[in-house]
Write a protein of this length. Structure first.
Length: 280
């Protein structure tokens, strides 16, 4: 008698579960955590997120990982089985979108580093649309996703599975003030080189060194604002100081828009475990 295939997961992961003796534990996870649609809690969570990590692969299975960011809710929830996000003008390579044209399977990972310390995986089938074409299908798309920026294309995702990422190993990050507008808008010095690879490496190093010179050192082992809730241990590798501090309260929408640089605060292994948040 042939047993029915499990409702979630690949043949490879099920093979390893049998080899390593984790099949029962995995079956409980599939049953309790994985959904074929977005629950109301998941939809609300996505609406608060200002960034998402993407995983794509071309038709040969060669992978690419990328990152998208925008105002909170820039990934638009159309319904409980459909998402859409805008692709703005970038370097013109179109690596992620190009992979989707060859292989429409897309993995998305939303992570809340600053408040609930929980992640959400969304896997599905993606299709690339011009702005006008997707608006004909979904007239309710937002018209001003990011002020001053117009989407070149949109990516629409048909959700196949969604599940949370446990908060156990998600670090706590604190947004820091964005650099002054004048510095962000400063003209760049262009250099020439016979080797694009060497030129790219040098430009990357110069940008890192310039950012370090411009950014004053602020020890992260400082007390957190009044009203903080949970204790976290923070340490500074530059001044070798460390102390127990308090995690910051939730950021307001205005504070979220005004930040772009993040600094680390990481809980020690001995800290009390955080709660596994269910989004069922």
């Amino acid at each position: 008698m042939t047993l029915p295939s499990p409702p979630f997961g690949s043949a490879g992961e099920h093979h390893l579960q049998q080899q390593l003796g984790t099949a029962d534990r995995a079956a409980r996870f599939y049953d309790q955590q994985v959904r074929r649609h977005l629950t109301p809690e998941m939809r609300e969570f996505i609406g608060r997120q200002a960034m998402v990590f993407l995983a794509t692969a071309d038709s040969r299975g060669e992978c690419d990982a990328s990152f998208r960011a925008g105002p909170p809710g820039f990934v638009h929830v159309i319904d409980d089985q459909t998402l859409a996000y805008p692709e703005f003008r970038g370097n013109g390579v179109m690596a992620s979108a190009g992979n989707m044209v060859e292989n429409p399977h897309l993995g998305m990972l939303f992570v809340d580093f600053t408040h609930h310390h929980v992640g959400l995986h969304v896997n599905g089938v993606a299709h690339v649309y011009r702005d006008s074409d997707l608006r004909r299908l979904h007239p309710g798309l937002p018209t001003d996703v990011a002020p001053g920026r117009s989407p070149e294309v949109w990516v629409r995702i048909a959700v196949e599975e969604a599940y949370i990422h446990c908060s156990k190993h998600i670090p706590h990050l604190e947004p820091a003030p964005a650099p002054p507008a004048a510095k962000r808008a400063a003209p760049r010095t262009r250099t020439t080189s016979p080797s694009p690879v060497r030129n790219t490496g040098r430009a990357f190093r110069e940008r890192e060194q310039g950012a370090a010179r411009r950014r004053p050192h602020q020890c992260p082992a400082r007390p957190s604002p009044v009203g903080s809730a949970a204790p976290w241990f923070s340490s500074c590798s530059r001044c070798a100081s460390s102390e127990w501090a308090m995690a910051p309260p939730a950021l307001t929408a205005e504070a979220t828009k005004a930040t772009s640089v993040i600094s680390w605060r990481v809980a020690p292994a001995s800290a009390a475990p955080r709660v596994w948040v269910s989004m069922q």
